[in-house]
Design a binder for this molecule. Structure first.
Ligand SMILES: [Zn+2]
Length: 114
């Protein structure tokens, strides 16, 4: 069957081989963040990635910071579950790269727009 080429362009880097190559080639660094509830999360970043000042806690959705003694204050209302928390419930750890990329993009947008 010659159907393989037709599918190829539709999923960029989604193949199992692509994931393995990316994971092994990219150096990782783990950074701890703490939210106001004391939850610790340790996402991994590419070595060249810019570490964000804040991170959404995957357990309660509150913002978390790298300073355990001074977590960011909890927002007054949390009308909906964060996208990150929602995605993490549905996905397995093998999709962590995609989740982190998405979260990073979200954080950059939030910081860029006052
Ligand atoms: Zn939390």
């Amino acid at each position: 069957m010659a159907s393989g080429n037709a599918i190829r362009g539709s999923r960029v880097g989604a193949g199992p081989m692509g994931e393995a190559e990316r994971g092994e080639a990219a150096a990782r660094q783990f950074v701890s963040f703490w939210c106001a509830h004391g939850h610790e999360t340790r996402p991994s970043f590419a070595a060249e990635a810019v570490i964000p000042d804040a991170w959404d806690c995957p357990r309660c959705g509150l913002p978390a910071s790298q300073d355990e003694t001074n977590p960011p204050p909890a927002p007054r209302n949390e009308p909906y579950k964060t996208h990150l928390a929602y995605v993490k419930e549905r996905r397995t750890d093998s999709d962590g790269e995609a989740i982190l990329d998405e979260a990073l993009a979200s954080l950059r947008r939030r910081r860029g727009e006052p």
